[in-house]
Design a protein. Structure first.
Length: 214
């Protein structure tokens, strides 16, 4: 191989490696408190999911959805994770997110806030109607919440939004880990505790309403 051909081959390899690195999940997003956006997942699919969960850019080009739209089986394949959405729901409950989740680098000091919303107050106690929206650690801080004291933060968020109508804006996310626990994807599972694997995650803005939307 001539020197020029060898140089071109090396350049091509370097370019391919650069492209591969740029597409690698752990080269995407930004770290928060030392936790990369790809989290601690080992699989490529898991890392890709974590990068989506840890988006830190605000949803600005939102489209309106209703809770019932998110729950509808026919919409499962119509949504995508690039969608920026605004949805108004009644907050049935505010509960702690999973502990030591991959998206939070399996750490105890980073934990999402898990918010269950429904279409009407009458659905408040029916888990099979729940749509999930989440405050991630990086957005907790942006919302002015003190995530250094998680129990106090959860209590404060409950007092602010539980039992209220709230408009949430953020990014659509399909959390495939919960496909077997959702009515829209596993309707015959009596232990379903949510309506759909589709979530608004992360929430990048929320507005508490004075009453039901008109």
């Amino acid at each position: 191989m001539s020197h020029s051909k060898y140089s071109r081959a090396l350049l091509l390899i370097a370019m391919l490696l650069q492209v591969a690195h740029a597409q690698a999940p752990c080269s995407q997003g930004t770290a928060y408190k030392g936790c990369k956006a790809c989290g601690s997942a080992h699989s490529l699919k898991g890392q890709q999911l974590d990068v989506l969960k840890n988006r830190d850019h605000k949803a600005t080009d939102v489209q309106d959805l209703q809770v019932k739209d998110m729950r509808k089986l026919a919409n499962n394949t119509k949504f995508n994770s690039d969608m920026q959405v605004r949805v108004t729901g009644f907050v049935a409950s505010v509960v702690p997110g999973g502990k030591q989740e991959n998206c939070n680098c399996s750490r105890n000091d980073l934990q999402d806030i898990h918010i269950n919303i429904v279409a009407t107050p009458q659905e408040r106690n029916n888990q099979r109607r729940y749509v999930i929206v989440e405050f991630t650690p990086r957005w907790q801080e942006k919302f002015g919440l003190d995530n250094n004291d998680y129990p106090a933060m959860i209590k404060a968020v409950r007092q602010q939004i539980e039992g209220r109508w709230v408009t949430f804006e953020g990014w659509m996310l399909y959390d495939y880990f919960h496909a077997g626990q959702s009515v829209s994807t596993a309707p015959d599972n009596p232990k379903d505790w949510r309506a759909t694997p589709w979530e608004v995650h992360p929430i990048t803005k929320y507005t508490v309403l004075p009453g039901p939307p008109h």
